[in-house]
Design a protein around this ligand. Structure first.
Ligand SMILES: [Zn+2]
Length: 380
């Protein structure tokens, strides 16, 4: 089961009861935060106490958090990181954490040449480049010795393919990785470069595919004994009346694991999206504007909801969830209607929504109404 808790759907600033960006993705091997705008840790707390009060079995816990993914350095996407790291320190965290995000090629080369604490004053590096911000966070106490738990920092650059650095602020070490790092066990996590005014990417999070179901009925029909059935179910071939029965012939089709891709901020037509081979179950894509404001979307490298729908169609995403609305948008019905003309299985997120995806391809969209979460009827 893959589960996404959407905790902020507003762009740039809080508006209409919506908060700035940040989500938690719950996987069987741990939780992942994707973007972490201002006040994110407080939203996690409130959401968690609502889950508890409503007797939901889910919990968002810092102790289950393994990975923090950032889509870019704009502050509405990362201003909440440092306070959250410090809270985890106050809570006595001892589990390691990984942080990953995109940086510019100039920062990348400077870090590679001069180490994690290289001076990044080239005018070509934007002020909010994550490499610059990480250095500031380190100077304010986001280091292993000050926090009391280990953080590994991974920076990715897309200027010539995909290049990765692993940074250690205390030793100053900075190593170029031969292969993309395994950011979390049991889950494939990949960046997809997006089009924005600063280095940016979306992140896909995919569980491992599972073998098909054991076809017990077939074994029963053949009058196999319980030991034969047990062996076939465990993937072992067996003999039956001198005939070899192959375990693979007693398996249904492999179950394609659920995958979510969270776009971060992007203009229309990010080239990396057209290279995705297996589309995600769910694309969570920014939809800052309605179609009337397409000029603004092009100017600021954001998307309309129709751009989001085109992206979903292009990458063969089964379902699309819109997010990151301009503060001018109070009612999302126009955004939704425009996107559904292109990609019918689309919904518009609100803060607190929970999307559950299972191994059978099922998806459910739950919304909080002040008393509890229930399945939305007019959704995917
Ligand atoms: Zn944004």
């Amino acid at each position: 089961m893959l589960e996404v808790h959407v905790l902020g759907v507003s762009s740039a600033r809080p508006a209409h009861g919506r908060h700035v960006s940040g989500s938690v993705v719950d996987t069987p091997t741990g939780q992942i935060v994707v973007d972490c705008g201002e006040g994110f840790q407080e939203r996690m707390l409130v959401h968690n106490s609502q889950l508890k009060a409503c007797d939901m079995k889910q919990r968002l816990r810092h102790t289950r958090l393994r990975l923090l993914l950032l889509t870019h350095g704009h502050l509405d996407h990362c201003w909440g990181v440092l306070p959250m790291l410090q809270t985890m320190s106050l809570d006595g965290r001892n589990k390691p954490l990984a942080v990953a995000g995109p940086i510019s090629d100039i920062s990348f080369d400077a870090l590679l040449a001069n180490g994690a604490n290289a001076i990044l004053n080239d005018p070509g590096i934007v002020k909010v480049d994550l490499a610059r911000q990480w250095q500031q966070w380190w100077s304010l106490g986001a280091t292993n010795s000050e926090l009391g738990y280990d953080i590994t920092w991974f920076a990715v650059d897309f200027s010539s393919g995909e290049r990765w650095l692993k940074l250690n602020p205390e030793s100053g070490e900075c190593s170029l990785l031969d292969n993309p790092p395994v950011l979390m066990d049991g889950v494939s996590v990949h960046p997809h470069e997006t089009l924005h005014s600063v280095p940016s990417c979306g992140w896909s999070i995919r569980l491992a595919d599972k073998a098909g179901r054991f076809e017990r009925e077939k074994a029963v029909e053949m009058n196999l004994d319980s030991e034969q059935k047990r062996n076939l179910a465990a993937g072992k071939n067996v003999e039956n009346n001198g005939e070899l029965l192959k375990a693979e012939d007693f398996r249904g089709l492999p179950r394609v694991a659920p995958c979510v891709l969270i776009s971060g901020d992007t203009g229309a037509g990010a080239p990396s999206f057209s290279k995705i081979e297996v589309g995600p179950t769910l694309l969570i894509h920014e939809a800052t504007y309605t179609s009337e404001r397409v000029d603004r979307a092009r100017q600021w490298l954001h998307s309309t909801s129709q751009d989001a729908a085109h992206a979903a169609t292009e990458m063969s995403a089964k379902h699309l969830l819109l997010t990151h609305y301009s503060s001018r948008i109070e009612d999302t019905s126009q955004l939704l209607a425009e996107a559904r003309e292109i990609h019918p299985s689309t919904a518009a997120a609100v803060d607190g929504d929970i999307i559950k995806m299972d191994l059978e391809g099922g998806i459910s969209h739950l919304r909080y109404d002040g008393r509890g979460w229930s399945q939305l009827h007019d959704s995917f």
